[in-house]
Structure formats: C-alpha cells, structure tokens
Design a protein around this ligand. Structure first.
Ligand code: 3PG
Length: 408
C-alpha cells in the first residue's frame, strides 16, 4: 500500500486542481521545435482522468534550465498535450501574474489550463523544504485559488523545488497515476535487483553527477554485478583509467568537471573489475563514422558512440543478466550514424530474458526514434535523474512531501 494518497482518495469534481507534470522534452535548437515524448503521452492520461472527473484543471510544468537553449515557453507543449488528451488545452504565457489568475478563476468544470514554464520564476528552483517553499511566489500566489494539489511528476521528484513540494503543506495533496505507478513498479523491481547477483546497469548520457552517485551507492551495496559505461560517462571512466582521449577531453575540461573525474578515479580504484569501459569508440571523422580501438587514443575528433567490439561485449553481459537497468544513451543517438550503440543496446535489453528497466528523457526519445518495442521492457520510467536517485536509495523530496501530507 502506498503511504501517500492517490487519485482514488480525492473527489475533484468542481474543485480547482493544481497538477504538476513533467513535460521537459528534447528540443531541437535548429528548428526551434520540441519532440513528442512518452512524458506527454503518459501525463495525458492523468490530465484526461481529472478533466473527465470534473476538475477545473491547472497544469504546472517546466522546460529546460535557465541559461540553456531549451529554456522556452510551453505553447508547443500545450498543442502536443492537447493532441494526446483529445480535449482543448488553454495556454497562458504567465505563471503567477494577473493574466494567469484571471484564467484560473474563470475555469469551468472539466476545463484545462496550462501555465507557462514555472522555472521562469526566480525562486522556483531553489532547493528548500516544503514548509519554506510555502513562501515561494508560485505557492503564495496560486494556493489561495486552489483546492487540491496532484503531483504526477515522478521525473522531477528528486527536486525539492517550489512547484514540486511547496503546495503540500497547504493543500489536500495526492499522487497522480503516473507517480503512483512509477513508485509501485520501481519498488518491485528494486527489490528483485537487491536479491540477484547477475545484475547489470548501463549508464550513459551527458549529466555525470547523479550517475556517479548511483554507481557509488550500488557498488557499495553490492546491488549490481556490472556497470557498462558509455557516452560522456564512458569518456570520464576511460580518463579515470588513464587514457588520454585527446580532443574529446576539451569538453570535459570546459565544463570544469575535475570533481567528477576524481569521483570516477576513486570508483575505478575500488571497483575496476565491475565497471566496464568501451574497448572501441566511434569518432566523427569529417562527417563519417570511424571506429578506433581505445589503444589508438588520443584522437583529434569527437567521440560520439561506442564501437562494434564494445556493443558485442556489452551485449554478451546483458544476455547473461537477470536484471538490467538502462539510463542514458551511449552515444549521440540523434544522429543515425552515432545511434548504433544506443539502438543495439536497447534492442538487446528488450530481447533478453532479463527483468528490464529503462529510463531518462533521452533514452525514451531514442526508443521512439528507433521504433524499439516498449512492451519488451519490464518497466519504462519517465524519470532520468529521479530514477537514478530512487535507485541510489536516497530520499525523494516529492514523495516524502506527499507522505507527510497524507498524515495531516
Ligand atoms: C528531467 O528531465 O530529468 C527532469 O525534467 C528534471 O530536470 P532537471 O534535471 O533540469 O531538474
């Protein structure tokens, strides 16, 4: 039994409901367009259910981080979400101003309004307790207009941010369908992972902090047997093993990731036999995919994928596994030439007999692009950072806040 309330415990008819979802999706800088995603498809179910039950529905969401190219308005999201829900979704380019408040007050039963990017508010992303966040702009302005808070955003549940936790001390609060399903499924899979010795975790992607934390945690606990690295994480571990990558190191140096490199070095020192790094790499050789063994490093070209030998080696380990988790692509999957590794790894996981768990915004995007059959995985999580935080056993602020609210 979940320790928080769910949609089955609340009557939303004619009530103003604030629904936090996570529709942070890949954005193409060149075209200025966002991609469709499972995040939109899955949250659409909760949106539809609440609207069908007569809620006056106000949706809160974010896109990107301040300063990044994908830090944009949510008008495109409204259109895509509308298509998935099959009902009109109004969008207002405001979050807490008079325009937004007027729209909220004029909502009728079953009507749906998406507010603009909540991260446009300066105090949204400050990590604070739920009680402290009751003073944040979004909570101060919107809680007097609302009756119920529903959090459906598992993928942002690792953040103690205003729109994620701040309403829970003030409003009747519960988990949406996606949040409740994710927590239930992941608890089940996590219990199996802790029992089995043949467990594997494939870690790729471009954000090192949380993956490094989770590798450290699962290694200490002995939860998994093998960690297979790729993407930027793979590069970091190759450097930690003493390889001089050449030009690709510039990216890591530019980001000032010295601290992550020393974390990777510490991990390699302790768990060298369990952390696998690529044995060959695909480089961008003037627009052509060229594979080189790691012995041929350094290179003057960008490393954009794992090579065929690595794909085969990792594939063998995956096929022998009892549970497999995948977080993050192992290459620049958006470019077909360098999506080979990500595609093959995901297909192998899907075809294996292992209990499988995949997650992360870009992993889901790769599954879509390469038409990989999602039904072959035991669980597809909408979470990226939140999924690995969950797997690292650390408390999840949004879930803790919902549990506390249920006791009030
Ligand atoms: C994600 O894409 O993992 C979530 O939307 C959280 O985004 P963040 O890492 O910018 O907080």
């Amino acid at each position: 039994m979940p320790e928080f309330l769910t949609l089955d415990d609340v009557d939303v008819n004619n009530k103003t409901v604030l629904l936090r979802i996570d529709i942070n999706v890949p954005y193409d800088e060149k075209t200025g367009e966002i991609s469709d995603s499972d995040r939109l498809r899955e949250h659409a179910k909760t949106v539809k259910e609440l609207s069908d039950k007569g809620a006056k529905l106000v949706i809160l969401a974010h896109q990107g981080r301040a300063g990044d190219p994908d830090f944009i308005h949510l008008d495109q999201h409204a259109k895509l979400l509308e298509r998935h829900v099959g009902k009109e979704i109004n969008f207002v380019d405001d979050v807490v101003g008079e325009k937004a408040k007027m729209k909220i007050k004029s909502l009728g039963s079953g009507q749906i309004l998406l507010l603009d990017n909540v991260r446009f508010l300066e105090d949204e992303t400050t990590e604070k307790s739920p009680e402290e966040h009751t003073e944040s702009q979004i909570v101060k302005n919107l809680s007097p207009l609302a009756d119920i808070f529903v959090n459906d955003a598992f993928s942002v549940a690792h953040r103690s941010q205003a729109s994620v936790v701040g309403f829970t001390p003030l409003l009747l609060s519960c988990a949406g369908r996606n949040m409740a399903d994710e927590v239930g499924s992941l608890e089940g899979i996590f219990a199996t992972m802790r029992m089995s010795k043949h467990d594997t975790f494939v870690v790729g992607g471009a954000k090192p902090q949380e993956p490094l934390d989770v590798i450290s945690h699962i290694m200490k606990k002995g939860t998994v047997e093998k960690v297979l690295t790729g993407g930027i994480i793979g590069n970091l571990f190759l450097m930690a093993k003493g390889y001089n990558l050449g030009a690709p190191e510039d990216y890591i140096k530019k980001k000032n990731w010295v601290e992550f490199l020393s974390q990777a070095e510490e991990l390699i020192k302790k768990y060298d036999d369990k952390i696998e790094t690529p044995v060959d790499l695909a480089i961008d050789f003037n627009g052509i995919r060229k594979e080189i063994p790691v012995e041929d490093l350094p290179t003057d070209h960008d490393v954009l994928d794992i090579g065929s030998e690595t794909i085969e080696k990792y594939g063998k380990i995956i096929k022998e596994s009892i549970t497999v988790g995948v977080k993050g692509p192992v290459g620049k999957y958006e470019d077909e030439k360098f999506g080979v590794g990500t595609k093959k790894i995901l297909e192998t996981v899907g075809e294996s007999h292992a209990i499988s768990l995949i997650g992360g915004g870009h992993t889901l995007n790769a599954v879509d692009i390469y038409n990989i059959d999602k039904t072959k995985f035991t669980h597809v999580s909408l979470g990226g950072g939140s999924l690995i935080r969950f797997l690292s056993g650390k408390p999840m602020p949004a879930i803790e806040a919902l549990k506390k609210a249920a006791k009030r």
